[in-house]
Design a protein around this ligand. Structure first.
Ligand code: BES
Ligand code: MN
Ligand code: ZN
Length: 512
């Protein structure tokens, strides 16, 4: 990943390939943001006018490149839009800084070293600029040019290498708070980017067994206990949901449990992730046009995996158990059929009416397994329904819960870290749509409110009295459009930062 350091260098004397400054939308045209004073001076205080001449407005995400002033040790100046300038004496918002840093880092692809001279007033700013820059510099090029990998060359033939080095100007390398903020950002984004890599990896190279092996190795590296249930253990344990979904695939399913424990913990948080390494729909096959991106259907498992590893790296004083419910949903002679009845790990029976509603089946077993440890709270994360995408669009995840205060806590935690989410209800009347004539429940109900129906299904598999929330990230998990801010094309790492924030709040005792 891109290396990032705090630097006391001044912009004119930094030896690098580019300097990044902020430009905001003022009442009468673009304004140069704090942090770029020395650069503005080199233009006799007329940089805002120069930028306006070049067409810059300060709009969010806008990137304007110009030659650096004479005497600078860098050839290139990059002005990145911060959006509307804050009111007098107010500061730039965290998310505006994250997004601008991300857009700038991506615009510098192919360049080696850049100094970021963005508004950095305190350690918090250093942390969010670091986060945005490291997330924005991400690129997935493992399959772009195998020759590059083999040669170990820095530059791809048919793509450019991501920005290698960032110096945060205005940072205080000897200040404890500044250092801690950058260290936190680095750990969080390294794991978030690893989740993106997993999501982007094509499904012929990432099956449940392979994912479990990656989780096992990461657990070892970070002092996390890992237990993997393979198909034999799942059969012996009666995990009918996970086995039923995996039955059609040549790659057998897995349930992975990652346990991070802190000797100072007083709370236990369980995270459950949907890990469908490919969702073809199964016998209820998805039509063409709906399965090309279904390698992303393990984004929930990737998120909870990234979160528990980040929590371990940060040494948070909270116990966190992550459960990865891994299976590949394929049609074949051994696949579960619409009409089959599965006996779940909880003992309940489920009539499978649609094999494409598979996520709730694997999650049901993992939620019940997580419940057996009686954690203080369970949060599951899943690319669960197309209905949630229709409801909230591509950038917002839905939050459902059996506890209103916990649902609000998750929405607030998301807001704090710059993730968009929205509280969704679990209307009781939708439950009867899942009544089955042959089993305890069916895996499908009314079409209207499909995301909420799925949430109600999951609720049935949460242990009595356990606080639970469900994040449906089907919209924001995978970006099919162009990159924006710090969000790349493809896997986004949606919910990773929210989960880590939740763990921090839980450790601090700020949650119930
Ligand atoms: N993995 C899909 C949901 C999905 C859709 C994720 C779009 C990301 C983008 C899920 O397994 C699914 O197929 N859900 C069905 C449920 C239905 C059959 C009740 C859906 O939403 O159509
Ligand atoms: Mn499906
Ligand atoms: Zn799915």
């Amino acid at each position: 990943m891109t290396a990032l350091t705090l630097s006391t260098s001044a912009a004119p004397t930094l030896r690098a390939d580019a300097i990044v400054i902020g430009v905001a939308k003022g009442a009468k045209g673009p304004v140069v943001a704090p942090g770029a004073e020395a650069v503005d001076q080199a233009y006799d205080g007329k940089l805002a006018g120069v930028l306006e001449t070049l067409g810059a407005s300060g709009a969010e995400g806008e990137v304007t490149k110009l030659p650096a002033p004479a005497g600078f040790k860098t050839p290139l100046l990059v002005a990145v839009g911060l959006g509307s300038a804050p009111e007098k004496d107010a500061e730039y918002g965290s998310e505006a800084l994250r997004r601008a840093a991300g857009a700038a880092a991506r615009a510098l692809t192919g360049i080696k070293k850049a100094g970021f001279a963005l508004p950095l007033a305190d350690a918090g700013d250093a942390g969010v600029i670091a986060e945005g820059a490291l997330m924005g510099a991400y690129s997935f090029d493992a399959y772009k040019d195998q020759g590059r990998q083999a040669e170990g060359a820095a530059k791809a033939k048919n793509g450019k290498a991501p920005l290698a080095e960032i110096a945060l100007l205005g940072g205080k390398p000897r200040d404890k708070a500044h250092k801690a903020a950058v260290d936190r950002a680095t750990a969080v984004v390294e794991e978030l980017n690893r989740a993106r890599d997993l999501i982007n990896t094509p499904p012929n190279d990432l099956n449940p067994e392979g994912f479990a092996a990656i989780a096992t190795a990461a657990g070892k590296a970070h002092g996390i206990k890992v237990q993997v249930l393979d198909e034999k253990a799942l059969t012996k344990g009666g995990y009918g949901g996970i086995l039923g979904v995996g039955a059609g695939s040549a790659s057998a399913p897995r349930l992975v449990k990652l346990s991070y424990t802190s000797s100072k913990a007083t709370k236990h948080l369980a995270l459950v992730g949907k890990g469908i390494t490919y969702d073809s729909g199964g016998i209820s096959l998805k039509p063409a046009g709906h399965n090309e991106t279904m390698k992303c259907d393990m984004s929930g498992a990737a998120a909870v995996f990234a979160a528990v590893v980040a929590v371990a790296r940060l040494g948070l004083e909270v116990n966190v158990t992550a459960w990865l419910a891994l299976a590949e949903n394929m049609p074949s002679g051994s696949a579960t059929r619409p009409g089959d009845v599965l006996r779940m790990y909880s003992g309940k029976t489920v009539e499978v009416l649609n094999t494409d509603a598979e996520g709730r089946l694997v999650l049901a077993d993992a939620l019940w397994a997580a419940s057996q440890e009686k954690p203080d709270a369970i949060v599951d994360v899943a690319t669960l329904t197309g209905a949630m995408v229709l409801a909230l669009g591509n950038r917002t995840f839905g939050v459902m819960a059996n506890d209103d205060a916990f649902r609000s806590a998750l929405v607030e935690a998301a807001e704090e870290v710059g993730e968009q989410s929205w509280p969704m209800p679990l209307p009781e009347h939708l439950r009867k749509g899942m009544d089955s004539p042959v089993a305890d429940i069916a895996n499908m109900g009314e079409r209207m409110g499909g995301g909420l129906v799925a949430g109600l299904f999951l609720r049935e598999f949460v242990g009595e009295g356990i606080t639970w929330a469900h994040l449906d990230i089907a919209g924001p998990a995978f970006n099919e459009g162009g990159p924006f801010g710090y969000t790349p094309k493809g896997g986004t790492g949606s919910s990773v930062r929210t989960l880590i924030r939740l763990a921090e709040l839980t450790a601090a005792g700020d949650l119930g």
